[in-house]
Design a protein around this ligand. Structure first.
Ligand SMILES: O=C(O)CCC(=O)C(=O)O
Length: 208
């Protein structure tokens, strides 16, 4: 079950998305000030129609590798540091063990300009090219969206709950469907407002 555009729904969700411990880490990867471009939550559990035996045949069961940007135009290197203009944070609200559908990623894909389909095909035929996240409830995964990643089929009886926040530089647009109402933005304290509304200005406050 996927819930989208959540930031107006509950103050706790806003508080998390703009958390002062989280945002500087995101800014470090993006390379400057950021705005929130999407918020989502996913609650998932094992597909009752999936054969458990089939799910155990593979070490990992990614259900749709993808990425939101790619190395070469969505990333840059500055002062020997890798940056990406689209960063996600995934907060795991439940413990996620090896059978609980932790996010699968293709390590290193965020720095490759190779064909995405070929990288996914290679990873699906050699599980050494895949890493599956395991986490305790409360952990946050932060990654560049140039990294190829996927939701993973659950093999256990556990439900998995995650909160997703995406960030970009302030002059970029929100993901379609994640528009935040001007009335809500009006209610926000001055310091938080640009994080939610973005900015029309191309004067980007950099980390350097
Ligand atoms: O469900 C997951 O673990 C990954 C979510 C995802 O693919 C995304 O946020 O783009």
């Amino acid at each position: 079950m996927l819930f989208g555009n959540l930031v107006e729904y509950d103050p706790a969700l806003l508080e998390y998305a703009v958390h002062p411990k989280l945002v500087p880490l995101v800014e470090e990867v993006v390379g400057g000030a950021v705005r929130l471009e999407e918020t989502e939550a996913i609650i998932n559990s094992r597909n009752p129609e999936a054969e458990l035996g089939e799910l155990h045949k593979c070490r990992y069961n990614p259900t749709g590798f993808h990425r939101g940007t790619q190395h070469g135009w969505g990333t840059y290197i500055e002062q020997n540091k890798f940056h990406c203009i689209f960063v996600k944070t995934l907060a795991y609200l439940t413990d996620v063990g090896p059978d609980d559908g932790g996010t699968c990623v293709i390590p290193g894909s965020h720095r490759l300009t190779w064909n995405q389909g070929e990288m996914i095909e290679a990873a699906l035929s050699d599980d050494k090219l895949i890493y599956q996240v395991e986490a305790s409830a409360g952990s946050v995964l932060l990654f560049a969206e140039a990294l190829i990643h996927s939701t993973t089929a659950i093999r256990s009886d556990n439900e998995r709950v995650i909160l997703i926040s995406g960030y970009t530089p302030p002059m970029l647009r929100e993901w379609p469907g994640n528009e935040v109402s001007p009335e809500f933005i009006e209610t926000l304290p001055e310091d938080i407002r640009p994080l939610i509304s973005g900015s029309a200005s191309w004067h980007w406050k950099r980390r350097y």
